[in-house]
Design a protein around this ligand. Sequence first.
Ligand SMILES: Cc1cc2nc3c(=O)[nH]c(=O)nc-3n(C[C@H](O)[C@H](O)[C@H](O)COP(=O)(O)O)c2cc1C
Length: 210
Amino acid sequence: MKLDFIYNRHSVRKFKDQEIPKEDIKEILKAATYAPSGKNIQNWHFVVIQSKEKINEIVKIIENKHDYLINNCDDEELNANFSKFLRYFTLFKNAPVLVMVFAGPYGASGLEVLQKANISDQEINSILNKAPGIQNIGAAVQNIQLAATAMGYGACWMTGPNFAAKEIEDYINIDKNDYTLACLVPIGVPQGDLKSPKRKPLNEVVTFID
Ligand SMILES: Cc1cc2nc3c(=O)[nH]c(=O)nc-3n(C[C@H](O)[C@H](O)[C@H](O)COP(=O)(O)O)c2cc1C
């Protein structure tokens, strides 16, 4: 089927203990850079980690920040709910590759004109919430997932660990100016069966206007 490359993609959360050749990682990230971006700004940067020791250190950083947060929050119900998802934030333990996706700044078009034209803060905030800079990053990450799938690998797009983004950035310590960590994407050969949760029916998410 023509669109199999879409329907065969699944979030992969378990990986075989199998390395990925550097050439394949480069091919996947090249595909990422072919994503569209507003004004072709390409405000992304990819940090690739292959050292298991470093990958597992990042897992530890996330676990430690989780522990710190629940020890400093006195709402047990919130803490329990947060802790329930910890395994979804640390699933890349022992993954062969971890791509850290950094996002650089990219503002909304016409912002200064909107401000000078006395457009309300509410309307301006609504425009800013569309976050075109982050939309660029989303397009690149989807390309990573599709490219990885087409090449026999699997990936998982992860923003869950972002509560520890500051500590992870400090640990990696790359000179990235005003780029910040947007998400983590482990990549590897999938282990076990792959399936995805159900989608909403099309008529629930599509409106045709005649
Ligand atoms: C922006 C974004 C953030 C996500 N963060 C996580 C995450 O932190 N941990 C995780 O296990 N899955 C994460 N996912 C994967 C989603 O859970 C998954 O895409 C969704 O359940 C649909 O399943 P599928 O990707 O297999 O189709 C994320 C997906 C997106 C798009």
